[in-house]
Design a protein around this ligand. Sequence first.
Ligand SMILES: Cc1cc2nc3c(=O)[nH]c(=O)nc-3n(C[C@H](O)[C@H](O)[C@H](O)COP(=O)(O)OP(=O)(O)OC[C@H]3O[C@@H](n4cnc5c(N)ncnc54)[C@H](O)[C@@H]3O)c2cc1C
Length: 277
Amino acid sequence: MIPASFEYKRARSVKAAIELLADGNAKVLSGGHSLVPALKLRLNQPEMLVDIARIASLKGIKVSGKELVIGSTTTHQEIASSDIVKEHLSILAEGAGAIGDVQVRNKGTLGGSLAHADPSADWPALVLVSNAKVVLEGSGGERTLNAADFFTGFFSTALASDEIITEIRFPIPAKGTKSTYQKFVQPASRFALVGCAAMREPSGETRVAFSGVADAAFRDTGIENAISGKTLTAENINHAVSDTAKGQDIMSDHYASEEYRVHLAKVFAKRALMALA
Ligand SMILES: Cc1cc2nc3c(=O)[nH]c(=O)nc-3n(C[C@H](O)[C@H](O)[C@H](O)COP(=O)(O)OP(=O)(O)OC[C@H]3O[C@@H](n4cnc5c(N)ncnc54)[C@H](O)[C@@H]3O)c2cc1C
């Protein structure tokens, strides 16, 4: 449990961080609550850690036009307790408040969670269901990706090695949009064995995304197509969730078999849609 040796640099600006990252085998350090365990297990052995946690421009929550913009080093706790988030996109506060324990929430960051792309983490389902955009900056400049294009598979993303996530832009939903995050926790870590995020706009358009179920978080278009525009009756909901997670690469481990995870996903999709009703 002792990491391989590495150099530590604290970046004072995004530009400085990118320059350090371009210079060889370096990794970004934000809250450290996923990276430090990985270093201790020697799953990662970077030559340098570039600490971005104190870059002021990466922190904060604001409304800009029709978007809620959250800086990448904003902690889970800052989001969970933010009045701006509660007012405009309460599902984010709900989901952030369900992460780990108080220590994890006080140190772990939104950007760190997205970059790590743990299939059992809560943020991936939350950014997918809210149609968020992930803003990246690297030596080649800035680019903005839809959340759906950012995640590319098991613990993998579209992030290049010299890029950092700077902010996440969430469209503010129409007034009257309902949302919920329903989570079945792994009792020790509190990661999601199943996390189901659901949103329903006044038009009836409904989005449903899962964490914890498959090798990467995903939008369940089968459920979405079956329930969008329909009344949320028990019969319609039961029909919509009947093929939950169809076509996904379902995880199986010593906590939950593939069959049990699919069962849980159905139960939590049903709970989420009932909550929206
Ligand atoms: C006991 C425990 C329980 C937990 N329970 C939960 C849970 O219930 N739900 C949940 O979702 N998570 C959980 N986590 C994970 C936690 O939320 C982490 O904090 C989070 O996944 C990573 O964020 P971080 O800021 O700590 O990132 P770090 O650990 O600093 O970094 C993680 C990875 O992301 C990269 N990175 C970090 N920030 C950026 C950035 N801005 N741009 C580019 N790359 C970046 C790093 O290089 C590294 O590869 C738990 C962790 C622990 C230790």
